[in-house]
Design a protein. Structure first.
Length: 68
């Protein structure tokens, strides 16, 4: 089979026309998309905000209105 002149499997001679689409850019895109989806899920589930914490202000010019 090595002496067969009809064997054109040498990659320098024959090009299959297929390009490899799996490069580092593809993996970066998958990683960024997964990170965005993860952060979106955290935000939707309420894990990214602490809305229960009261904000304390120490403004001396603030007017204190007494409760009735």
């Amino acid at each position: 089979m090595t002496n067969n002149p009809g064997d054109f499997r040498n990659p320098k001679i024959q090009d299959t026309g297929k390009k490899s689409s799996g490069g580092i850019g593809k993996w970066i895109g998958i990683t960024v998309a997964a990170l965005v989806v993860f952060l979106l899920l955290l935000w939707l589930l309420g894990a990214l905000g602490n809305d229960d914490a009261a904000v304390e202000t120490n403004d001396p010019d603030a007017v204190n209105v007494p409760a009735d």
